[in-house]
Design a binder for this molecule. Structure first.
Ligand SMILES: Cc1ncc(COP(=O)(O)O)c(C=O)c1O
Length: 545
């Protein structure tokens, strides 16, 4: 008797079942004699699928209607052809090589995408091991590059183990989906500004989702307290929220997790490489001295159950990861389809990412300079009454408050000034909070900064975009022009940047200079002077080397 059988794959579409495909499958002898679906069910389903509808589905019409909706609500995404140049960071060329622009919105926050040690590791690995990994981790794609990279990540976060994924989107989605679906009656508590990757992971888990107000520990506590103690709970949140630059209350959330029997899931995507003495992120930064001294036990970072990060932003490559206890990592490794059933990262990428992490674990110069450049940009924009949404991180969000204006400002920056800053519109930010998001790097020196600030100034005038004082006249909005707003101190303090003493001296000098000039305004802000000093120091160090 034949042991093969033709089967139909069905999918539901708005209540109707449609045939997706017919396949011939080999069946074990025991099953071959039994009908897969009863004859009457199959006949009924076929009748519904063909039904009385005589027209075929209009696929192009469907695409058109979906795109039309995006155009209508101004959320349609336009891509710019930007080719970042490794040898001219932060410059790029557009479609033609002659058409050059300065990039001010990339997430290659530290310029590691062109770091010589990263490139060397990648070139050598590429030549020796070729282009691709050859398969999934299970079949042919597991290698020394993956092992070494995961060891380095585990060491970075002082966790027992780590697991690398094709991106952090996949890491977040796969981990939350797996844990949320496998833990009985799991509830996932999610910050209202969480990234799409976490939102998708929660959705895919099928677990109950409870959203708490952004960074609001009181709201989170009320929601935790309403849940039974024995129920498994995951609190999912971020350290640096990339669109507004706010920072999650990590320690308070750890306290609540312990009190209510939850585990913590912290996304450090916009912080790894840039915060902490070794670049492990904000959790490391919060116990700066302990980590400088190599004492991670008992720190806030040590209390986090699951840390996720990317290799594609400050580390300049691509890929994502989770870090946590050996058992947690082994569980996700063993159960998560998003990890198991996909080709692993190319060896050269893993070698490059590892080189980037190790470089940033040893060297603080890039993140110091990034912080100083960020301060200088925020200061310069503030002096021009340009509405920067206040925050303690390296993100510089400029409030526009209108989708069309934000796009026009971005287009004008590119077309008239050769500056690339993508506009951020709904659904990435709520309607009415549209903005330009600027990300200074160590490569954005004074000349670039002046060019940017002058360009923004002229566009704000040309398009009549509201300035800080105008927002203030209306009572302020999301921290802009809000008189009662608590000042946002940078997370990197002057002491941590090693500029506290110099700042004092420079302030005294500045005051003396001002007195000498009969109160005339100072040329160059304080940060500008600090930067000049920092750059002088770097020059002397490289001359001495
Ligand atoms: C907060 C956050 N988490 C996760 C991701 C996804 O990281 P990746 O780019 O590695 O997929 C992003 C990407 O922008 C993000 O902003």
């Amino acid at each position: 008797m034949s042991t093969s059988r033709e089967i139909c794959l069905w999918e539901r579409n708005e209540g109707r079942q449609l045939t997706l495909a017919r396949l011939t499958v080999q069946l074990p002898p025991r099953l071959a004699t039994k009908p897969l679906v009863s004859a009457s069910t199959a006949a009924a389903t076929r009748a519904t699928a063909t039904g009385t509808h005589t027209n075929k589905f209009d696929y192009e019409g469907f695409y058109n209607r979906e795109l039309e909706k995006k155009h209508k609500d101004k959320s349609y995404r336009y891509f710019n052809n930007i080719n970042r140049l490794a040898k001219e960071f932060p410059r790029a060329h557009m479609a033609t090589k002659e058409d050059k622009v300065t990039v001010w919105c990339a997430n290659d926050y530290l310029g590691m995408g062109r770091n010589s040690q990263v490139l060397k590791a990648m070139h050598e690995t590429l030549d020796e091991y070729g282009a691709g990994a050859g398969g999934t981790r299970n079949i042919s794609g597991h290698n020394k590059h993956a092992v070494e990279l995961e060891q380095t990540i585990a060491k970075l976060h002082a966790q027992e183990a780590a697991l690398v994924f094709s991106s952090c989107y996949v890491a977040n989605d796969a981990t939350l989906a797996t844990l949320g679906s496998k833990m009985p009656d799991c509830v996932i508590l999610s910050d209202s500004l969480n990234h799409a990757s976490m939102i998708q992971g929660i959705r895919h888990s099928g677990a109950r989702k409870v959203i708490f107000k952004h960074n609001d520990v009181q709201d989170l506590e009320e929601k935790l307290a309403a849940l039974p103690l024995h129920v498994p709970k995951i609190i999912a949140f971020e350290s640096v929220y990339s669109m507004c630059g706010s920072i999650g209350p990590i320690e308070e959330i750890c306290d609540l997790a312990e009190k209510y029997g939850a585990i913590t899931f912290l996304d450090e995507v916009h912080a790894v490489g840039m915060y902490g003495p070794h670049g492990a992120g904000v959790a490391e930064h919060l116990d700066y001295e302990a980590h400088v001294q190599g004492r991670p036990r008992g720190t806030i970072m040590d209390r986090i159950d699951i840390i996720t990060g990317t290799l594609g932003k400050a580390y300049g490559c691509v890929g994502g990861y989770i870090a946590g206890s050996a058992k947690l990592v082994d569980t996700v490794r063993s159960l998560a389809p998003g990890f198991i059933f996909t080709t692993s990262l190319p060896p050269a990428v893993m070698a490059g990412a590892r080189a980037a992490i190790e470089y940033q674990m040893e060297y603080q110069g890039d993140r110091r300079l990034q912080q100083l450049h960020t301060r200088a940009v925020k200061e310069a924009l503030g002096e021009r009454d340009i509405p920067v949404i206040p925050n303690p991180s390296h993100i510089v969000p400029i409030l526009v408050g209108n989708a069309e204006l934000a796009k026009q400002a971005s287009d004008k920056l590119l077309q008239d000034h050769g500056i690339y800053v993508q506009s951020i519109n709904y659904p990435t930010v709520p309607v009415g909070q549209e903005r330009l998001r600027i990300t200074p790097t160590p490569g954005h020196t004074k000349e670039y900064r002046e060019e940017l600030v002058n360009a923004i100034e002229s566009i704000w005038t040309e398009l009549g975009i509201k300035r800080t004082s105008e927002w203030a006249a209306e009572g302020g909005f999301i921290g802009v022009g809000q008189e009662d707003a608590v000042p946002e101190e940078p997370l990197w303090t002057d002491e941590q940047l090693g500029i506290a003493e110099v700042t004092k001296t420079l302030l005294q000098d500045a005051k003396a200079e001002q007195q000498l000039n009969a109160g005339a305004p100072l040329t160059g802000g304080l940060t500008e002077r600090l930067l000049e000093r920092e750059i002088q120091g770097l020059r002397s160090a490289s001359a001495a080397a």
